[in-house]
Design a protein around this ligand. Structure first.
Ligand SMILES: [Zn+2]
Length: 331
C-alpha cells in the first residue's frame, strides 16, 4: 500500500478545495501539507478590486500562511505580514486555527499599473525590499513568537526557504501556484481564482542528520547554516528532486486532487495522508473590537473621524462598515 490514510474519520475521498491535507513520507523522513484553494480564496480576492498581479501575489501569501499556520498544534493565530517599499507595500494574512482566514493587500494602483505595463510585475518586483514577518499568537496571556526575514526582490517561496533554514533550522521546500479559471454559468462567463501549494520539511528522527558532521556534540553554533549540511542527506536530496518535478498546473488543477499529486511524487516510497483541516473565508472583526479601538482615540482623533454625523469604520479585510455615534466616544 503506497497511499495510506491515517486518523481519518471522513470518507477516504480527496480533500477537495479549501482543505489542508497533511502527509508523511516516512522512508524519506519527510512531513508536509498540501492544499488546493478555490471558493474560499476566490471570495477573499473578489471582494476587493485588486489588479490581477496583486490578487496573484496575495493568493500566494494566503496559501503560504495556510500551509504554515495549519501546523500549529494549539488554538491561536498565525499572521503573515510583509512590509516593503514596492507598489504592493503590505500583505497581511491571518490564519486562525479554527480554519478562518482573512487577507488584505495594500497597494499603489498607479505603481502596479506602471510595473505591469513595463513587464515587471513579478512578485519580487511588486513587493520590493523590506521584510516578511511571521507571527504566532496564542492569545492574550501567552507569548507571541515572531520571526522576521528580509524580502529583497525575491519570491515568497524563496523567502520561506530562507526563513526555515535560518530561523527554524528545518530544511523546507515550499511550492505555491495561482491560476485563473473561467466557467460558464447560466450562459455567463464567470472568473474564479484558484491556488495551490505544498510544504515539505525534512524532520529526521535521528537528530545528528540535521547537525554539522564535523562538529562533535552536535550543537550548532549561531550563524551556521544548517541547510548547507543537510543538502548532503540522500533522503532530503531525493525529496527535493521529487518536489522539483511539481508543475504549477498540478497544484491548481481541480482535476488533480492533492492526493493524486502526492501519489505521483511519493508512491515509490509510500506516503501516508492524515485528516484534512478545512479552511474558510472568515473575518474576525466585530463591532465590539472596533469600538475598543475607538475608545483609545483622543477627542481630537474622534473629531477627525466623524463623517457627516457618524463615525464610519470599514474593515480592510472583509469590507464591512461599522457605524458609530461620535457621542459614544466623547465626540
Ligand atoms: Zn472584517
Amino acid at each position: 500500500m503506497t497511499l495510506s490514510f491515517e486518523g481519518v474519520t471522513e470518507p477516504l475521498g480527496p480533500a477537495g478545495d479549501d482543505a489542508v491535507r497533511p502527509f508523511a513520507v516516512e522512508a524519506l523522513d519527510v512531513r508536509g501539507r498540501a492544499i488546493q484553494m478555490g471558493p474560499a480564496l476566490d471570495a477573499m480576492l473578489a471582494r476587493h478590486d485588486y489588479p490581477p498581479a496583486v490578487a496573484r501575489l496575495l493568493a500566494e501569501a494566503i496559501v503560504l500562511a495556510v500551509l504554515l499556520g495549519s501546523s500549529l498544534k494549539f488554538d491561536g493565530k498565525f499572521i503573515l505580514q510583509t512590509d516593503t517599499d514596492g507598489p504592493v507595500d503590505m500583505l497581511v494574512v491571518d490564519y486562525r486555527t479554527n480554519g478562518g482566514v482573512r487577507a488584505y493587500a495594500r497597494f499603489d494602483r498607479d505603481g502596479v499599473v506602471a510595473a505591469t505595463a513595463a513587464g515587471d510585475a513579478e512578485p519580487g518586483a511588486l513587493l520590493g525590499t523590506g521584510t516578511l514577518a511571521m507571527t504566532v499568537d496564542q492569545g492574550a496571556n501567552m507569548n507571541r513568537y515572531q520571526g522576521v526575514v528580509p524580502l529583497e526582490g525575491r519570491s515568497l517561496e524563496e523567502v520561506a526557504h530562507t526563513y526555515f533554514r535560518q530561523s527554524e533550522q528545518i530544511p523546507t521546500r515550499v511550492r505555491l501556484a495561482v491560476a485563473e479559471m473561467h466557467t460558464r454559468e447560466a450562459g455567463r462567463v464567470r472568473h474564479h481564482w484558484r491556488a495551490g501549494g505544498m510544504v515539505v520539511q525534512f524532520l529526521p528522527e535521528a537528530p545528528e542528520r540535521l547537525k554539522p558532521r564535523d562538529l562533535p556534540g552536535g550543537n550548532i553554533p549561531a550563524g551556521i547554516d544548517v541547510g548547507a549540511f543537510v543538502e548532503e542527506d540522500d533522503a532530503w536530496i531525493e525529496a527535493l528532486s521529487l518536489v522539483g518535478t511539481v508543475q504549477d498546473d498540478e497544484l491548481t488543477d481541480p482535476a488533480v486532487p492533492v492526493e493524486r499529486l502526492l501519489y505521483r511524487l511519493f508512491n515509490q516510497r509510500g506516503v501516508r495522508v492524515f485528516r484534512t483541516a478545512p479552511v474558510r473565508d472568515q473575518c474576525s472583526c466585530s463591532r465590539e473590537k472596533v469600538a475598543n479601538v475607538l475608545a483609545t482615540f483622543t477627542a481630537e482623533e474622534i473629531a477627525e473621524s466623524v463623517e457627516g454625523d457618524t463615525i464610519n469604520v470599514k474593515c480592510e479585510f472583509c469590507g464591512k462598515t461599522y457605524r458609530f455615534d461620535p457621542a459614544d466616544f466623547g465626540g
